[in-house]
Structure formats: C-alpha cells, structure tokens
Write a protein that binds this ligand. Structure first.
Ligand SMILES: [Zn+2]
Length: 558
C-alpha cells in the first residue's frame, strides 16, 4: 500500500516534472529552409569558383553574407580606421615558400652525418626572413616536448634551450593506450600531442630549431603527407614582429634519421622514448650539433572576416559567438570530367548558410541578455588563419567572450537521433549541451576517432587555445530513417568521394530536414549561453583551463 501510494505520488511528480520541462523548453523559431538552400546553392555555384580567398570570388562571397546579416537586423560588428562601423575585418597574411634547401648536417659524433631534404627531413620557417640558417646548434632530446604545469609535467625541466635544437617525439605519452584514462587522456589526442603545439612550445623555450621525429603509427599519417605539406608554401597571419618570437626553423625527420643521430650520440631512440613516457623525464643533451639552411620567398596578401552583432539587452559587454568559415579551396585539381572548381558546398557553404539562418532566427526572436556575434571567417583551409587573426586581434575581448558554437560542414539527409561531440567532455558547456539534448530528445554519441584530434583542426580551436570554451558538435550518424547504416552511407560518401574534391557540390534534391535539425540545435545552444549568467569553464585538468582562469581574473581586475 505504502509502496503503491509513494509510487503513484512519484509518478505524479514525474508527470509534473515532464510537463513543466516541456512547458519550459523555449520555443525555437522556424528554420528558413529556403534561405539555407539559396545560400548554399549561391556560395557553392560555379560562379563563386570555390571561394578562394583573395580571388574575384571573395567580394561576391562577402557581399552575399553581409546582405543576409543586414536582412536579419544585425549591426556591423567592427570599426574601421576612420571610426565608422564596418562589417569587415581585414586579415593580413604572409605566405612563406622555402627553396634552396641544404642538407641537415649533424657533427660531433665519430663522423659527420648528412641527411637529404625531402626524403629524409623537411624544414621551414615561421619567421619572415629571406634566409633561415641554423648553424652548429646543440641537439637536445626533449621527449614529447610538453610543458603542462596543470599536469605537473615539463619535458624542458632544468634546461636553457637558447640557441639549441629540440628533438621531439610525435604525439603524447598516452597515445598507445586503449581507453581515455591517463594523464594525457589515453588514446584521445590532446593539444600536447599536436605537432603545432610542439613548435609553439619550442619557440616559447627560446629554441633555435625544433625537429619532430616522424613515426607513422602515433602520427596517424605517412611520411609522404609530411613531405608534401612541408614542400608547399606555408601560410601565416601577419604579426607585428614578423614571427621574430618563433624558432629559426621547424621541421620533421624520418625515424631512421633520428635513430642514426641517437646512435652517433651513444644513445638509443627506443630507450629514450620509453624514458620520455615516464613522469619526471629530464631533457637529454645529445652532445651533437645540427646545421641546416634554406631561402624563403615571402608573399603578403589580405583577406576578410565578416562580423555582425545583435547587441545584448542587459549585458551587452558579454559576448557569445557563432562562427563558420566562408572560404574553400577555389580552383583545384580537375577531376576526370575536367571540373576544376572545388565548390565546397558541404565544406562550408552549409556552415555559412546556417550562420545566416541563425542570424535571421535570433533577429526575429528578440535580443538576448548577452550580445550575439556572428563571425564568418576566412582562410580556414590554409590553417585556421581567419579565426587565428580574429583571436589575436579580437574586436570583442576574449575575456568577455563567454563561449560559442562553430559550424563546419553540415550534411544533407534526414534528422538523427543523436549528436556527435568532437573533443569529448572538455568543459562545463557539456551541461548546457545535455540540457538541450534532453529538450530535443537527442542522445549523445562519442567521437568515432578521438585519436585524430579533430577538436584541434577547425576554427573553434583558435578560440579554445586562448581559453574561450567552444561547442564543436554536429548531427550524429544514427538517423531517424535508416539508422546507423543510412548515416554511415552519407558520411562515407562525403569522406571518400567529395571531401576537398570538385564533387563537393550542391544538388537540388538535397533533403534539408537534417540540416534544419542541426540549426535548431545550434540555435538553442547559442541562445542558452546568451541568456545565461554562467561563465562555463574548462574542466579541471583540461589543457585550456589555466589560460581561461588567468584571462577572466584579469578582466575582473584581480
Ligand atoms: Zn571546413
């Protein structure tokens, strides 16, 4: 009896809760499907030539985005040098092409070792100088090249790297683990495992050069990928010091090259690799010196980000971001039919269309407490340069930017039962995501390849690395109609046939219902953040928490 009574009371309470939850779930304005189609078909048309930054397609693309922002009631988000409001932020870039590459020469052992550029090692510079030369620079093995105070880990402990060359293992000490436990989150890639981090940290340590040891399994790609990407021109945002705080040269060596160098030093790469995986590892000077040189051709250019804002009603000096890159590859390698336009319909005309749709929905729904910023960035495909430039030169202070939603590649097809979260549970944004998933009746699917580090490879990362927590979520692959098989078919077709190919094109028969679901999810996530008083932080132990704590404390005047 008591049991029945309490059970029915509990049931009544449950019903009340679910009724009130349903009532409390905020209304979502309709997603304008015609707008999505129009924006995608326009931006991905042959007339826009694949939206290469700096080409004739750039002004057309910027105009199309600005027109949508204006129609949605957004205000221009930037101020020009003349003090007038403008929709644009100029993004000055530099492209460095190396030539006349010398061999890598290592001296100090029984005999000098000489290694060939391209096939045995690659190197380039982040400094805008006509010539790069590293001469007789002492080689130091620095393990994984990680300095993570929050984890009590410092591979540079007790060494002054000034003038020296860091020799660094790829990935992080946990990469071979099965699960995601461990100091460096097991097999999940962390920022410390990315090669970009390793070059940044070597520069912070004052090193002259940094050489990463390539190894196919932990790098997840073969030498030919390293060789071809480092043989091409490298793209950067211009900085006031022209990269003077960077190393003279960054590069990669083949594993057998590293083994030969370690042998000449009387060491074993395998033994030192094992030592580098243990806490308390100390850097090991190899007693050898490295020399290499190459020439650089530097080309400067300009592209543009588009920035629109809906000012907040009560706390306009707090900002929530929506970001999507507008650029794509432009003219590219022709396919069998002779089509040489990489239209970038999915990547990322869809994200820009979603940005425009979200501007319209938020414009119609009325202002939120915090300001909402709509940012269409350039040069993502060249290495996240537009978002990097914005984050280095923020129009709205990053310490006052609560967080945001990045959108990169939405798929045609039907709605899903789940949401895929890139990067996993990194921050208190997870609680907001779970709330919205609950409202929308969506489950959460783990990222399929946490070891690939996708979280560090789109525009949200330019903000995350400076402490601003960002959602990187997308519609999952368990579709309402057809389940996982249907979802996998769509994603396999994209990955294998269309990704970065002329065939990434819009088709009039696209089913837009899934994309509308994506936009509703993004709307709710952004809206939730923009009406909240919370400042979601990174989880304790996360690689970006310390920088957020620091910038927030500074903003609060502590
Ligand atoms: Zn993209």
């Amino acid at each position: 009896m008591t049991f029945r009574k309490s059970a029915s009371a509990a049931l009544g309470l449950l019903l009340m809760l679910s009724v009130s939850a349903a009532l409390a779930a905020p209304a979502v304005p309709p997603v304008d499907g015609a707008l999505l189609r129009d924006m995608i078909s326009t931006l991905a048309s042959d007339e826009f030539e694949g939206r290469g930054p700096g080409t004739a397609a750039e002004p057309k693309t910027l105009e199309a985005i600005i027109a949508r922002f204006k129609a949605a009631g957004l205000q221009p988000g930037n101020k020009g040098a003349d003090g007038k409001l403008t929709w644009l932020q100029a993004v000055p870039t530099a492209t460095i092409s190396a030539s006349n590459r010398s061999p890598l020469v290592v001296t100090g052992g029984a005999q000098a070792l000489t290694f060939k550029p391209s096939s045995e090692f690659v190197a380039g510079s982040y400094r805008m100088t006509a010539q790069s030369e590293v001469k007789d620079s002492e080689l130091v093995f620095v393990g994984y090249g990680i300095n993570a105070p929050e984890l009590g880990w410092n591979d540079y402990a007790g060494i002054d790297m000034k003038g020296k060359t860091a020799v660094i293992l790829v990935n992080d000490p946990d990469y071979a683990m099965e699960g995601e436990q461990g100091l460096f989150r097991g097999r999940r890639m962390t920022y410390y495992g990315r090669w970009t981090y390793k070059f940044e940290e070597a520069a912070r340590q004052g090193a002259s050069a940094a050489l990463v040891i390539h190894d196919t399994f932990p790098a997840a790609y073969g030498w030919q990928v390293v060789e071809s990407s480092w043989s091409n021109a490298q793209h950067f945002v211009q900085t006031p010091n022209d990269g003077a705080d960077q190393t003279v040269a960054n590069g990669w060596v083949q594993k057998p090259v590293a083994e030969a160098i370690f042998k000449a030093a009387g060491q074993h790469l395998a033994a030192l690799t094992e030592a580098a995986g243990r806490p308390g590892f100390k850097p090991v000077p190899l007693g050898l010196k490295a020399s290499l040189s190459f020439d650089n051709t530097i080309e400067k250019a300009n592209s543009h980000n588009v920035i629109g804002i809906l000012p907040g009603k009560t706390r306009p000096d707090e900002y929530v971001l929506y970001t999507a890159h507008w650029d794509h590859l432009g003219r590219c390698k022709a396919d069998a039919s002779g089509d040489d336009i990489c239209n970038g319909a999915v990547d990322n005309a869809t994200g820009v269309a979603a940005l425009a749709a979200l501007a319209k929905m938020n414009g119609a729904a009325g202002r939120t407490a915090r300001s909402q910023v709509f940012l269409a960035v350039t040069l993502e495909e060249s290495g996240l340069l537009g978002s990097e430039y914005y984050a280095r030169n923020p129009v709205f202070p990053l310490a006052k930017t609560v967080g945001g939603v990045n959108m990169d590649a939405l798929y045609a097809g039907g709605p899903a039962k789940d949401v895929t979260v890139t990067g996993g549970d990194k921050s208190e944004l997870t609680a907001i995501l779970r709330k919205v998933e609950g409202e929308m009746g969506l489950s959460e699917a783990p990222e399929e390849h946490p070891e690939r580090g996708y979280y560090y490879r789109s525009d949200h990362f330019s903000f995350a690395k400076r402490g601003v927590p960002m959602f990187a979520v997308e519609r999952g692959t368990d579709l309402v109609k057809g389940g996982k098989a249907a979802g996998a078919a769509i994603s396999d077709d994209y990955t294998n046939v269309r990704y970065h190919q002329p065939s990434d094109e819009y088709e009039a028969n696209w089913d837009m219902s899934g994309m509308k679901q994506d936009v509703r999810l993004f709307y709710r996530l952004g809206r939730e953040l923009a009406n909240s008083t919370a400042w979601p932080n990174w989880n304790p132990g996360d690689e970006f928490r310390a920088i957020r704590d620091k910038s927030r404390a500074k903003a609060a005047g502590n």
